[in-house]
Design a binder for this molecule. Structure first.
Ligand code: ADP
Length: 410
C-alpha cells in the first residue's frame, strides 16, 4: 500500500516538475529565438542602408555603385538585390537570393526552402531630389540561426532530462523520509490492533467456557437467568469472531504468516455447501454447484475456507427466499477462476467501490447479532491478495451480484 502511495507521490512530483521545466524552457526558447531574429533584422537593415547609399539616380535610371565585397556577403550567407520603383530586379549579388517578388508592404519577408531565407526591403531615396528611386532587398540564410536554435533545443531537452533524473533521485529520498514516520505509526497501529485482539481472546475464551459450563446444568436456574446466560454466550461468540477478524486484518500485511500447502478448492467448496445446507434450505434457495474435478492451488486452506465462507454467507444472507446461488469453479491458463453469483438485492454502483472497506455496510440492518461485522469482504480481499489473486465484483440493484476470484495456481 505504502509502495503505491510513494510511487504516486513521486510520479505527481515529477510530472509537476516536468511541466514547470517545460514551460520555463519554452519561454527561454521563444525569447532567445525572438532576440536572435531581431538582431538579424538589425544587421540586415544596417547592410541595406549601406547598399541604398550606393545607389543614385542618373539619367532617369537607377545606377548602382557596385563596390560591395562579394566574399564578405558569401561568407555571411547574405545577398543583395536592387529593384527599380516598379519592382523590376536590376542587380543581384550573393548566393541566397529570394525568388519571391518584391513586396512594398512587407518590410520583412521569409521564404521557406532549404535553407529558409529572411530578407529586409528598404526604399532608396535620393536625398538630392528627395524622391523614391528604387528598393534594396537584403537577404540572409536562416541556416545558422536555425542551427543555434537546434543546439539550444537539444541543450534544453538534455538539461530537463538531467534535472528530472536528479530530482527523481532526490524525490525518492524525500518521499522515503516523509513516508517513514507515517509507515511506522501505521505499523504500530496494526501491531496494537493485533495485540489488543490477541489479548482479548483469552478473557473472552474464559467467559465463553464458564458460560458454557453454567448452561450445561440449567436445572434449578431461573428461566430469565438462562436467557441471560444464552445472550452472554452468543455475544461472547460474536466478540471472539470479531477479534479473530481483526487479528486476520492486522496481520494481513505479514505475508510470511501465510502457510503454503496444496489445497483442492473443490473439497473446500463442497464442505462449505454442506455446512450452509440448513441455512440454504430454510430460505428455500436453489444452490447450483458447478466445479471441475480438481481445483488445485498452493495456499492456506483455513484462510481459503474463510474467504469462500464469507462470500457464500453473504450470498445466502442478501438473497431473498427462493433465489438462486451459483458457485462455479474452473481452471484458466495460470489460475483458478471461482464465481459466486446470486440473485439477491444487489449493490448500487456508488456502493460497489466501498464494499471492500473495513466496517462498511450498505445494509446497516445486518449487525454483529446476525453475523455481519462489515469486515467480511475486507478479509476476503486481504486473503485473495495474500494468495496473489484478484477479486472483482459486478452487481445490479434488485437483480443480483457476482463475485469473481482468480487465484494463481502456483
Ligand atoms: P457484512 O458483514 O455487513 O455482510 P461484508 O464486508 O461481508 O459485511 O459486506 C459489506 C457490504 O457489502 C454488506 O453490508 C452489503 O451491503 C454488501 N454485500 C456484500 N455481499 C453482498 C451480496 N452478495 N449481495 C448484496 N450486497 C452485498
Amino acid at each position: 500500500m505504502f509502495k503505491n502511495i510513494r510511487h504516486r507521490l513521486l510520479l505527481s512530483y515529477l510530472l509537476i516538475l516536468a511541466l514547470i521545466l517545460g514551460i520555463f524552457s519554452l519561454g527561454i526558447r521563444l525569447i532567445f529565438a525572438y532576440s536572435l531574429r531581431q538582431q538579424m533584422i538589425e544587421k540586415l537593415t544596417a547592410l541595406g542602408q549601406g547598399a541604398a547609399a550606393n545607389a543614385e539616380w542618373e539619367n532617369n535610371q537607377l545606377k548602382i555603385d557596385d563596390d560591395f565585397k562579394l566574399r564578405e556577403l558569401l561568407n555571411n550567407h547574405q545577398s543583395l538585390q536592387w529593384f527599380d520603383v516598379k519592382g523590376n530586379s536590376i542587380l543581384k549579388q550573393g548566393e541566397f537570393i529570394l525568388s519571391l517578388p518584391l513586396s512594398q508592404d512587407n518590410l520583412v519577408q521569409i521564404q521557406a526552402g532549404n535553407p529558409n531565407i529572411q530578407s529586409i526591403t528598404l526604399p532608396i531615396i535620393d536625398s538630392d531630389i528627395d524622391k523614391l528611386i528604387g528598393y534594396v532587398r537584403v537577404s540572409q540564410s536562416l541556416e545558422e540561426l536555425e542551427e543555434i536554435l537546434n543546439k539550444l533545443d537539444w541543450g534544453l531537452v538534455i538539461s530537463i532530462i538531467v534535472a528530472l533524473s536528479i530530482s527523481g533521485i532526490g524525490g525518492i529520498l524525500l518521499t522515503n523520509q516523509a513516508m517513514k514516520p507515517i509507515e511506522e505509526s501505521f505499523t504500530r497501529l496494526k501491531q496494537f490492533t493485533a495485540d489488543a485482539s490477541h489479548e482479548l481472546r483469552n478473557p473472552l475464551m474464559v467467559i465463553d467456557s464458564n458460560v458454557a459450563v453454567s448452561l450445561k446444568y440449567p436445572e434449578g436456574m431461573r428461566e430469565a437467568d438462562k436467557e441471560s446466560f444464552e445472550a452472554i454466550a452468543s455475544a461472547t461468540m460474536q466478540m471472539i469472531d470479531l477479534t479473530e477478524d481483526l487479528l486476520i486484518l492486522a496481520r494481513s500485511d505479514q505475508i510470511n504468516l501465510l502457510k503454503k500447502e496444496p489445497v483442492n478448492l473443490v473439497i473446500i467448496l463442497e464442505k462449505l455447501v454442506k455446512w450452509y445446507q440448513t441455512k440454504i434450505e430454510s430460505k428455500n434457495l436453489n444452490l447450483k454447484l458447478q466445479l471441475s474435478e480438481t481445483l488445485l492451488i498452493y495456499g492456506d486452506s483455513l484462510k481459503l475456507e474463510r474467504l469462500f465462507s464469507n462470500l457464500i454467507d453473504n450470498a445466502i444472507y442478501y438473497t431473498p427466499e427462493s433465489g438462486i446461488i451459483e458457485i462455479e469453479g474452473k481452471p484458466k491458463k495460470c489460475s483458478i477462476e471461482i464465481q459466486i453469483k446470486d440473485t439477491g438485492i444487489g449493490i448500487s454502483p456508488e456502493n460497489l467501490e466501498r464494499i471492500f472497506e473495513r466496517f462498511w455496510r450498505a445494509d446497516t440492518s445486518r449487525s454483529y447479532w446476525n453475523g455481519g461485522s462489515g469486515l467480511g469482504l475486507a478479509i476476503v480481499q486481504a486473503i485473495v491478495k495474500h494468495h496473489g489473486g484478484t477479486i472483482t465484483v459486478t452487481s445490479q440493484l434488485g437483480i443480483g451480484s457476482c463475485f469473481t476470484i482468480y487465484l494463481p495456481i502456483n
